[in-house]
Write a protein that binds this ligand. Structure first.
Ligand SMILES: [Zn+2]
Length: 275
C-alpha cells in the first residue's frame, strides 16, 4: 500500500509521508467513556484508537523541506518507514535540504538519527522553534516515562548530530518561503504547526492536536498523557478546530489517518471530516 499522499498548494508540492500506524492503549487516553475504554482494551485492532505517524515533504523549485522524521524503530515494527515513503516520492535522504520539527517528541525526531546517533539527512538544516530548543536542552527533567530524561536525551542526541546545522526560528516566521510556523501551545512549549500559502491556496498543518482522530474529532475533550501542559493543549485543540472549520481551511495533522488532507466541519460540540 502506498505510503504517500500528494497535493499542490499553488506552486508548492506537499506530500504526506506515512511513517507508520499504531493503536494507542486506553491507559494513555484521558476522558474516555467506560464503553470506549472497554472497546479499546478488549480489541487491539479497534478503529477508535488507531493512529498514523505522518511526516511531510514540501517541495519548491529549489528546496526539499522535510517536516518531522518519524519514529525509527522505537514504536515497534509497524512504524519507521519515512525513508521508504520518501523514496516513493522520488527522493533519497541526501536530497532533503531542510528539516523542520513540529516538536521534539520521539515519534517526530527519532528518524533524524540512526541507532548510533549519526545524522540520517546529511545535507539538511535542522530547524525548530526557539522555545522548543530551550525546553529540551534545559536540565529540568525527571525520570518520568513521558516528557522525562529519556525523551530529552533523544532530542539532545538529534541536536548533537546536526549541531553545526541547527537553526532556531521564532513563532510566526517563515520556515522556508511560503511555509510559516504556527504556535500551538500546550503539547510541548514550542509545539508548532505550519501553514503553506501560495497564490490563493492554503494548507494548515495542525501539529499534534489530534493523536487519535476518530475519538478526538467526535469528542475534543479526549486528551493524551503526552501533553506537557494539558490544559493549554486542550484549549489549542478546540481553538484550532474552530478556526479551520470557520475559515474552511484545507488541513492535515501529524497523526491524521485518512484522508490525509481534508476539510473539517463543526457539528454541535463535535467535528467531522467533510465528505
Ligand atoms: Zn506525535
Amino acid at each position: 500500500m502506498s505510503r504517500i499522499s500528494q497535493i499542490s498548494v499553488g506552486a508548492l508540492k506537499v506530500t504526506a509521508l506515512r511513517d507508520g500506524e499504531l493503536s494507542l492503549p486506553a491507559e494513555v487516553l484521558m476522558n474516555l467513556s467506560d464503553e470506549q475504554s472497554q472497546q479499546i482494551t478488549s480489541d487491539e485492532n479497534n478503529e477508535l484508537s488507531t493512529s498514523n505517524v505522518n511526516a511531510y515533504l514540501i517541495q519548491t523549485e529549489s528546496q526539499n523541506l522535510l517536516i518531522d522524521t518519524g519514529c525509527r524503530d522505537l514504536f515497534g515494527p509497524t512504524c519507521g518507514f519515512v525513508k521508504d515513503a520518501l523514496r516513493e516520492a522520488g527522493l533519497g535522504p541526501e536530497n532533503i535540504t531542510d528539516i523542520f520539527f513540529t516538536h521534539l517528541h520521539p515519534d517526530h525526531v527519532a528518524g533524524a538519527i540512526n541507532a548510533d546517533g549519526a545524522a540520517v539527512f546529511e545535507n539538511a538544516s535542522f530547524k525548530l522553534i526557539d522555545l522548543e530548543y530551550n525546553f529540551w536542552t534545559s536540565d529540568d527533567f525527571t525520570d518520568a516515562e513521558v516528557n522525562g530524561n529519556d525523551w530529552a536525551s533523544l532530542a539532545r542526541s538529534a541536536l548533537k548530530a546536526y549541531e553545526d546545522r541547527v537553526e532556531t526560528i521564532a513563532f510566526g516566521n517563515d520556515i522556508i518561503p511560503g511555509v510559516t510556523s504556527v504556535s500551538i501551545p500546550g503539547h510541548t512549549p514550542g509545539h508548532s504547526g505550519f501553514r503553506v500559502d501560495d497564490g490563493n491556496e492554503s494548507l494548515m498543518q495542525m501539529g499534534d492536536i489530534l493523536h487519535v482522530p476518530n475519538l478526538q474529532l467526535d469528542n475534543p475533550n479526549i486528551s493524551t498523557v503526552f501533553d506537557v501542559d494539558p490544559e493549554a493543549a486542550l484549549k489549542s485543540r478546540k481553538e484550532l478546530l474552530d478556526m479551520v472549520s470557520t475559515d474552511k481551511l484545507l488541513c492535515t495533522s501529524g497523526h491524521m489517518i485518512n484522508p490525509k488532507f481534508g476539510y473539517i466541519e463543526k457539528s454541535g460540540a463535535s467535528y467531522v471530516m467533510a465528505k
